[in-house]
Ligand binder design. Structure first.
Ligand SMILES: [Zn+2]
Ligand SMILES: [Zn+2]
Length: 108
């Protein structure tokens, strides 16, 4: 055997030949290909979740149920929610489908 040295994956603790070993992103650990792929997948998902969660952080879309005026407010705003058009506080989040919206409205 030319290269009999086995490397131990820091995640699953199994032995692997060098060609099945990858370094972790920080370079401090060695991982087998399977664990490395899992870690990369997790990282990717984390990134996606972060960027997806980042969008609606700034504003919330609202619709006035009385006059159907669409507007958005800053999230975390302490101001009492009122329609800027008719000053009514009968508001709904503007992420409803048209169908749901009709449902909501017909209830009133
Ligand atoms: Zn592993
Ligand atoms: Zn209104």
């Amino acid at each position: 055997m030319k290269n009999g040295k086995a490397y131990i994956c820091n995640v699953c603790n199994k032995r692997f030949p060098f060609e099945n070993i990858r370094y972790s992103i920080d370079g401090k650990r060695i991982l087998c290909i399977v664990c490395h792929n899992k870690v990369m997948e997790k990282q990717e998902k984390k990134k996606q979740a972060y960027s997806a969660a980042k969008e609606p952080l700034d504003s919330i879309k609202l619709v006035c149920l009385d006059c159907k005026y669409h507007f958005s407010i800053r999230k975390g705003s302490k101001v009492k929610l009122r329609c800027p058009y008719c000053s009514n506080s009968n508001l709904s989040k503007d992420d409803l489908t048209a169908e749901k919206l009709i449902e909501e409205v017909s209830k009133i």
